[in-house]
Design a protein around this ligand. Structure first.
Ligand SMILES: Cc1cc2nc3c(=O)[nH]c(=O)nc-3n(C[C@H](O)[C@H](O)[C@H](O)COP(=O)(O)OP(=O)(O)OC[C@H]3O[C@@H](n4cnc5c(N)ncnc54)[C@H](O)[C@@H]3O)c2cc1C
Length: 453
């Protein structure tokens, strides 16, 4: 019996589809990598169902790719050939809320912004706000990629908030890992293994998160600079002086141009930093003054946004703006991260590469974390140009590794950056491969992502 017949036998009506439109939607993520059409899509609503499906995949040797919202950027959500998609987007319940403990337990399909809307009533929030996808990214997807965001410089990334996970392993066993204690020294930290594993070790079926209190007040501001290099230097200085920034985002000149082209924001087309401070009125004001004086020493000054313009609304559209800048062109992306003092060197390196190859790079990111997205915009139909774009991307990653950084600060490896993974991790890849086999002996879960076995 085929996997599809078996799925139809165990799943309720309407939860398995082989319809072309459903298969097309789930054949891709938000990367520009080639889609792969799956055999079927299955919408699940419980850990027990997921366990049954994983067991069927083992029986029939069928690859399974778990899908939240499909907003991943490195192909980690693209199904394997002859595989099925396990879609958890209907598992959106808040299972339990403990406001006095600042904790919540949720199903994996709940969307980041929806969770925070719910938590607002108790003045709490889950901070690692993804810069442009908080309105679509699911909590399961965020755990699986260890997502971070504009507030991670102050509050940390997703991994820092996970207390407990319920998972289904690659052989279909339902397990609970962790507990609700916020500090523990009890055994190996399996949560840190699952978080960032891009669906290759287990399917996450429930997540208990710790939360943070909503800040008393917020001050949002923006600074402009004469050069990318000065803006980059200001980031390191602001962090070095211990100024309590909640968010510090870098947007280079080309990003500002692209935003104006997409949305008519009337922004000054100069390198910029967008910042936010959290705390009482006095605290945010004095933090802002200190940041302003550092920026001024580096030739920066306040960037006036038009009345009512919210820097985070503008920031939300960065990827879209780059995508639409040159019709027919394709984005080749990276999300490298490195020690924060290296930001000016990396920004200069990207500008020099762009000049040398005459191919556009747009750079931006959560730079307070030393995280930079240098998006290369090239014509994929022009073989020579696309090969050069790939070469530039590899050079940016290799430069990052030389500076003791990482290939991925937040998007993961997927299939997009598999080629250079061993360069970062050396002989520890062998240990990762062994761990994968412990969780998923038959290599059913999202095979071929991060590394090959
Ligand atoms: C415009 C834009 C801006 C973005 N900005 C940011 C940003 O600022 N920071 C950031 O970190 N990311 C960002 N992203 C990337 C993306 O939104 C995040 O990686 C997000 O966490 C993915 O969530 P998802 O629900 O879409 O996951 P999916 O794309 O569905 O899945 C991502 C990975 O997780 C696995 N997975 C999903 N759910 C589960 C589960 N329940 N159990 C096991 N594995 C699972 C999938 O198999 C896949 O490997 C951005 C994306 C876009 C399009």
């Amino acid at each position: 019996m085929s996997i599809i017949d078996k799925l139809l036998q165990v799943m309720p009506k309407g939860q398995v589809s082989t319809q072309t439109d459903h298969l097309n939607v789930d054949s891709k993520d938000e990367s520009t990598l080639e889609p792969v059409i799956p055999l079927a899509v299955v919408w699940v609503d419980s850990a027990e169902q997921i366990s049954d499906i994983v067991k069927l995949c083992n029986e029939t040797d069928t690859p399974l790719t778990t899908r939240g919202a499909g907003s991943a950027l490195e192909g980690s959500t693209i199904p394997s050939a002859n595989g099925i998609v396990l879609d958890v987007s209907r598992m959106t319940d808040i299972i339990q809320f403990w406001p006095d403990d600042l904790q919540v337990k949720v199903q994996p399909g709940i969307i980041y912004d929806n969770l925070n809307d719910y938590l607002k009533s108790e003045s709490l929030f889950f901070p690692p706000s993804p810069g442009g996808s908080g309105d679509i990214a699911t909590i399961g997807g965020m755990v699986s990629t260890n997502a971070s965001g504009i507030y991670s410089v102050k509050y940390g990334g997703t991994k820092d908030y996970i207390l407990e996970l319920e998972i289904v392993t690659g052989d279909g066993i339902i397990m609970k890992i962790g507990n609700r204690a916020i500090k523990r020294s009890s055994g190996y930290n399996l949560i840190d293994l699952i978080s960032g594993s891009e669906g290759t070790l287990a399917v996450i079926t429930a997540v208990t998160l710790k939360l943070a209190g909503l800040p008393e007040g917020r001050l949002k501001t923006a600074f402009k600079f004469e050069s990318e290099n000065n803006a980059a230097q200001a980031v390191s200085e602001i962090c070095k002086y211990g100024i309590d920034v909640a968010a510090i985002e870098f947007l280079d000149k080309k990003v500002m141009e692209a935003l104006n082209l997409l949305k008519d924001y009337n922004l000054q087309e100069v390198p910029a930093l967008f910042l936010e401070f959290h705390g009482s009125d006095d605290v945010v004001r004095s933090n802002n003054e200190m940041a302003a004086s550092i920026c001024e020493e580096l030739g920066g000054s306040e960037l006036k946004l038009s009345d009512g313009q919210n820097p985070w609304e503008i920031r939300h559209y960065v990827t879209d703006a780059i995508k639409h800048r040159k019709p027919g062109y394709t984005i080749l992306r990276n999300d490298v991260a490195f020690p924060i003092s290296k930001l000016p060197e990396m920004v200069s390196y990207c500008n020099a590469l762009s000049d040398e190859y005459k191919i556009m790079i747009h750079a931006f990111g959560h730079v307070g974390l030393g995280l930079l997205h240098a998006l290369i915009l090239a014509d994929k139909t022009n073989e020579k140009e696309w090969a050069q774009a790939i070469e530039m991307n590899d050079l940016i990653i290799k430069k990052t590794l030389k500076l003791q950084g990482t290939i991925s600060g937040e998007h993961g490896i997927g299939v997009g950056h598999k080629n250079l993974f061993a360069l970062e991790h050396g002989n520890t890849v062998t240990i990762m491969q062994k761990i994968k086999k412990q969780f998923d002996p038959q290599n059913i879960l999202n095979p071929g992502k991060i590394f090959d076995l």
